[in-house]
Design a protein around this ligand. Structure first.
Ligand code: PEP
Ligand code: MN
Length: 340
């Protein structure tokens, strides 16, 4: 921590701050500047309580230097995490594709889409059985029935199932029928759900909260890791801004920012990130170029009839083309070792 003194702080006030730091069994080094003195506090193994200093005479402000992150950082684990789901991986050396409808609506719908997803070479199928909807009157998902359809898709096509758990009971069910537990943007800071996911037997796909900073997002991942589950995939899905030309603002700059800080794989969801069909392909290509470990894409056999998020769903044909383009970009970059 850095304690910044006011420009008119006296020698006695500086000495008093140093004395208190030493009393806490920490080291204090006064760094005189042109305008003011800053006091560097070192020797702490956990965050220093800034409130001890903020109200002292002569103190202007305290600045935290160390981040509150631990398990998710490269400092702690210098090698990149590869999430393994059977024989499929996320964070390995191929662009992972997780595709499927927003919600599982029927057996016929799920199978019509899964057929194309399988043919595209994707290894993961997505689809919500429990839908967190803004309106209580909107379609809420088929519940356990939807999970049973997903399990049938896995049996028929060998696709790994990624599906959302909106509460702790749903985690039990996803563990029974699925392969990866999705935690949605609205639940990124549902701490009891994060802890339950941390004790789960399956990997966790953690979406970024609608207004979460990078640190808040990684701290949510820390909750999962602290319970013993290190198989976490981060998913950028756009944040709420003042922009009105998109549903959310897809923050692709978070990919290189995360790479510098964390060992966890990160994928991009351009479907929720834009909310508009015509924006999904360009942002999917951009995500691949930014070095994302994978893409989550919503695709529907009849987008105009979708019970949720039809406006952002790709048609089967658009999906196949988008994936092919994103893969081409990813391969060019890996061939020249530009990714990661
Ligand atoms: C979803 O992927 O189905 C979903 C609801 O996304 P998000 O949590 O990002 O809104
Ligand atoms: Mn959706």
């Amino acid at each position: 921590m850095l304690i910044v003194m006011k420009t008119d702080a006296s020698e006695a006030e500086i000495a008093e701050v140093v004395r208190i730091v030493n009393e806490m069994n920490l080291q204090a080094e006064a760094l005189p500047g042109a305008q003011r003195t800053a006091i560097a506090v070192t020797g702490n193994t956990s965050p220093v309580d800034a409130s001890r200093f903020e109200n002292l005479a002569g103190v202007a402000e305290t600045i935290r230097v160390t981040r509150p992150l631990k398990l998710t950082t490269l400092e702690m684990r210098p090698t990149k995490t590869v999430v393994r789901v059977g024989d499929a991986t996320i964070g390995g050396d191929e662009l992972a594709i997780i595709a499927g409808p927003c919600a599982i609506e029927s057996h016929a719908q799920a199978f019509a889409i899964a057929e194309t997803v399988r043919r595209s070479g994707a290894r993961f199928f997505r689809g919500g059985a429990f839908k967190p909807r803004t309106s209580p009157y909107a379609f809420q998902g088929l519940g356990e029935q939807g999970l049973k359809i997903l399990a049938e898709v896995r049996g028929a096509y060998g696709l790994k199932i990624v599906t959302e758990a909106i509460d702790e009971q749903a985690v039990d069910l996803v563990e029974k029928y699925g392969d990866v537990i999705q935690i949605g943007a609205r639940n990124m800071q549902n701490f009891s759900l994060l802890k339950r996911a941390g004790r789960a037997s399956l990997p966790v796909l953690l979406k970024r909260g609608m207004a979460a900073t990078l640190d808040e997002w990684l701290l949510a991942a820390e909750y999962i890791m602290a319970e013993g589950n290190a198989q976490i995939i981060l998913c950028e899905r756009g944040i709420r801004t003042f922009a009105q030309h998109t549903r959310n603002t897809l923050d692709l700059a978070v990919i290189p920012a995360l790479r510098r800080l964390s060992h966890l794989p990160v994928i991009v969801d351009p479907s929720h990130g834009t909310g508009k069909n015509y924006m999904v392909a360009p942002l999917a290509r951009a995500a691949a170029a930014t070095g994302a470990d994978g893409l989550m894409i919503e695709v529907h056999d009849q987008p105009e009839r979708a019970l949720s998020d039809g406006a952002q769903a790709l048609t089967l044909q658009q999906y196949e083309q988008t994936i092919a383009e994103a893969r081409d970009i990813y391969e060019v970059l890996t061939a020249t070792a530009q990714v990661g």
